[in-house]
Design a protein around this ligand. Structure first.
Ligand SMILES: [Zn+2]
Length: 254
């Protein structure tokens, strides 16, 4: 099998991130492309935003870049954000879900031979966030939906759906991706057993790095600007939601 050809220019992504005024770090390199981290706000970040884990979900990368390109930081409501605008550069430039190595980053967290996962694991070690928002897309869905995993914190999913409803269709199926769902919020299991097993990146994040993990899913069939708006509405709704919650101790999820 011949390797998938490169169809996108990663230099353009790096240039856009570097043009913003945010503090920037390279977690490492994959195929000579940097795995970038941008930091919004001066404080120790309390929010983590992830995009581009699947290389064929380009609106997630675009949405993260446009967050970094916002003019002022007033929208962040005093929160600090760590932003990973593209965690899978080799998949992104090829427009494929997996990495060039053929690995689905989300579902290979038990492996130790995947450079992207090693870089993310190293960066995340010991870090905790109030919430983690992970932008994704789905080529099969006709409506927006999200996954919400939480440990003892107030739900935000229905508020996010209400904010996104004016922007695009909502997937209101009773079952999405094999999980029960209610009005666009997927009620996937986050059982202790699944978490102990480290069943995928979302549950590893929930287990070790946050009490509140959300994953947004737009349809790749929609115009780019609409998909970006939906992801942004999700982020802005969460920041508003958390701005209204008192910050408690680091172990408030226990
Ligand atoms: Zn995805």
């Amino acid at each position: 099998m011949s390797p998938t050809p490169v169809v996108r220019d990663f230099a353009a992504i790096v240039k856009r991130v570097r043009t913003t005024s945010h503090a920037l770090r390279e977690l490492g390199e994959v195929e000579g492309m940097p795995l970038l981290l941008a930091r919004i706000g001066a404080t120790e970040p309390d929010v983590l935003l992830i995009a581009g884990t699947h290389g064929d979900e380009p609106a997630t990368v675009e949405a993260a870049l446009q967050v970094l390109e916002r003019d002022s930081v007033a929208w962040a409501r005093g929160f600090g954000l760590d932003v990973l605008p593209c965690t899978n550069p080799s998949g992104y430039v090829r427009n494929i879900r997996e990495t060039a190595q053929g690995v689905d980053i989300n579902w290979s967290w038990d492996r130790t031979d995947v450079p992207e996962i090693e870089l993310l694991r190293e960066f995340l070690r010991g870090r905790r966030y109030r919430f983690i928002l992970d932008f994704h897309e789905d080529w099969e869905t006709e409506g927006f939906y999200l996954y919400e995993h939480r440990l003892g914190v107030v739900a935000a999913g229905p508020k996010m759906i209400a904010a996104i409803e004016p922007i695009c269709a909502i997937n209101r199926d009773a079952q999405i991706e094999g999980w029960p769902a209610q009005d666009g919020v997927v009620l996937a299991s986050s059982s202790q057993e699944r978490m102990d097993r480290g069943d995928g990146f979302p549950l590893v994040l929930l287990r070790d790095h946050t009490p509140h993990k959300l994953t947004t899913e737009t349809s790749t069939a929609w115009p780019m600007a609409q998909r970006v708006r939906a992801h942004h509405a999700a982020l802005d709704t969460l920041l508003t939601h958390y701005a209204a919650q008192p910050a408690t101790g680091a172990d408030d999820h226990e």
